[in-house]
Design a protein around this ligand. Structure first.
Ligand code: FE2
Ligand code: FE2
Length: 384
């Protein structure tokens, strides 16, 4: 899969994009690239300047991740009314968490802002975020029956491990939940992006060690190392933008090692790499043309150039892993990929920021066209 071609074709098909001019120009990418691992480690030491650091966000929009959501007796009861399987319990729990999150975001906002937010959230609560696009697993507690018998709606009776993919700034590591800030200011947006980029540094370190344990070719391992160094650079670019807006950036802690087998690694790569990171590259390319500030366009051009390589790396890993597994796992990986593609058009809408035109993000209509064309392009190449 030559993902770059798919991305360029998707951009060229969007009515407001000038596809021809989206080829990256080296001269626009002024920033210097870090090369060493010292740079990776230095992120933690320098990332909280200046004194305007904000506390770690709780809740808010999230990047792709593995959620662990508490399931209450009320969730359980509602889910059983619509079938009671793992997926419906998951949907119910996510819907409630999302409703709580939205209530928190609305609290204290001026009425006009509340109306705008509600319009943005025009779809019924929970339906988009709770879409099952990977595996999710409901585990009820051993004493769930006793808890349910107490008839207390808020009593937690189990939890859902929900792998819910959501496109953000790039590839997340397995097992890390990053929440976006509820602050809608430009600086907070850059700070969220900086944290997501920082998480991607860990993602590529984790991926490298997972691939090494699976006996992947050296060339793939080296590309992971290179990608981690590039994510350090993206973190710095985004952090500087946040600092310029007076917003400090909380560093991201390295996630604890997580055990994953070959199948899980392949599924995660298909969803978070082949779909999410590839689409993030497309969006960065769009911004490199549409951001209102030339300096910002140069930053997105640099990021897009690297993200295209990372997207290609994901597809090359996808191809290699497929040669190492049996037919059943191949089918499972492809099903996860198709699910992520199915979910993309609805989920990409979360990336729109009509309140921050400076960023040059696609508007809702453009995002729909781009995500549809991207998914169609990927599907037609896969089918060829
Ligand atoms: Fe990145
Ligand atoms: Fe990346």
């Amino acid at each position: 899969m030559e993902i770059k071609q798919v991305i360029f074709l998707a951009l060229m098909g969007c009515p407001n994009a000038d596809g021809q001019s989206l080829a990256l120009d080296e001269s626009e990418t002024s920033a210097e690239q870090p090369k060493s691992n010292e740079a990776v480690d230095s992120l933690k030491e320098t990332s909280t300047e200046p004194n305007t650091r904000r506390p770690p966000s709780k809740g808010g929009r999230s990047s792709s991740k593995q959620h662990q959501l508490a399931v209450t007796a009320a969730d359980h009861k509602a889910a059983h009314q619509v079938g009671g399987d793992c997926e419906s319990v998951c949907r119910q729990a996510v819907a409630r968490h999302q409703a709580e999150e939205r209530e928190r975001l609305l609290a204290g906002q001026p009425a006009e802002r509340q109306e705008r937010l509600k319009k943005r959230w025009r779809e019924p609560v929970g339906l988009r975020r709770a879409e099952k696009v990977g595996k999710c697993e409901y585990r009820s507690y051993d004493d769930a029956a006793e808890r349910l018998a107490k008839n207390d709606a808020d009593l937690v009776v189990g939890h859902v491990d929900c792998f819910s993919y959501f496109p953000g700034s790039g590839r997340p590591p397995m097992g890390l939940h990053l929440a976006r800030s509820s602050d809608t200011a430009l600086g907070a947006h850059y700070a969220d992006n900086a944290r997501e980029e920082h998480a991607s540094v860990y993602a590529f370190r984790q991926l490298r060690s997972q691939l090494a344990s699976l006996g992947a070719p050296d060339a793939l391992l080296k590309r992971c190392t290179q990608a981690a160094a590039e994510e350090v650079h993206h973190t710095r670019l985004m952090r500087q933008l946040a600092l310029d807006e007076g917003c400090g950036v909380e560093p991201v802690d390295e996630p604890a090692p997580i055990h994953a087998d070959r199948r899980e690694i392949a599924v995660f790569n298909a969803m978070s790499g082949c779909v999410a990171e590839s689409y993030a590259a497309l969006v960065a390319l769009w911004q490199s043309e549409h951001a209102l500030d030339p300096k910002l366009r140069a930053v997105y051009a640099q990021i897009a150039q690297d993200e295209l390589q990372h997207a290609q790396l994901s597809w090359d890993i996808y191809a290699w892993l497929k040669t190492t597994v049996g037919e059943a796992i191949q089918c499972e990986v492809d099903a996860a990929l198709q699910s992520a593609l199915d979910a993309l058009p609805a989920q990409a809408d979360h990336l729109c920021r009509p309140d921050l035109p400076l960023l040059g993000l696609p508007n809702a209509q453009e995002m729909q066209v781009l995500s549809q064309r991207f998914t169609e392009g990927v599907r037609s190449v896969l089918a060829a």
